[in-house]
Design a protein around this ligand. Structure first.
Ligand code: ADP
Ligand code: MG
Ligand code: MG
Length: 193
């Protein structure tokens, strides 16, 4: 599937809505194994993203991806901002050569891993991205896949980010960044319809 400017706008708009609607839930998840700000961080960031895209209506796909990245990096604060920001920045860079969504998401995932140093099973957003991106590639991704990827973080011991300070005590809780990433991919599936 090709990432057109229209698909990107619809994707981001739906993601932003999910973040705003689940702001309290995301922060509650973060309160259990982190510092309780993930929902507020993401809501602030997506508000900035929305304003930036509104202000730059004529931006093409690459420019839009860059605007999204910059808003997330500058406004989210917390570990998740630079990571989501890097994901969209890597997509922006790669979009000069290809608009293929699967390839762009692969670049985004590589960027997140490089930036944060997390591997699969470290109980981070990488666990969702890693499982989902390979399926997004051949358009076989379903909501059930996304939910399973998010749920898989519950039994993991956190190895990266604030939750890693808890060690074994992080087990039994969903990773907040995995949940917000789940919203990102659910939003993508909805936008593709
Ligand atoms: P902070 O922990 O700085 O308060 P947030 O609460 O906004 O930032 O984001 C926390 C989320 O960021 C975690 O749930 C996890 O998914 C993600 N995260 C943290 N560190 C890393 C990392 N090194 N690699 C990938 N994801 C990470
Ligand atoms: Mg936090
Ligand atoms: Mg914080």
């Amino acid at each position: 599937m090709e990432l057109t400017k229209e698909l990107l706008a619809e994707w981001i708009s739906r993601f932003s809505e999910k973040i705003q609607n689940n702001k309290g839930y995301l922060s509650d998840l973060d309160a259990a194994i982190g510092d309780g700000d993930h929902g507020n961080n993401m809501a602030r960031g997506m508000q900035a993203v929305t304003e930036s895209l509104e202000k730059n209506e004529t931006a093409d796909t690459t420019q839009s991806l860059k605007l999204i990245a910059m808003s997330l990096i500058s406004k989210v604060g917390g570990a998740s901002g630079p990571l989501y920001g890097t994901a969209f920045l890597e997509m922006a860079k790669a979009s000069n050569d290809t608009k293929d969504l699967g390839e762009l998401l692969q670049e985004a995932l590589s960027g997140i891993k490089k930036r944060g140093g997390a591997q699969p099973n470290d109980k981070t957003m990488v666990d969702v991205w890693n499982k989902v991106v390979s399926k997004a590639d051949d358009s076989s991704l379903t909501n059930a896949d996304i939910e399973a990827a998010v749920e898989s973080t519950k039994d993991m011991v956190a190895k990266k980010g604030r939750a890693s300070y808890l060690g074994e005590r992080s087990v039994g809780h969903l990773d907040p960044g995995a949940v917000s990433s789940g919203y990102l991919f659910e939003a993508l599936l909805e936008a593709e319809e």
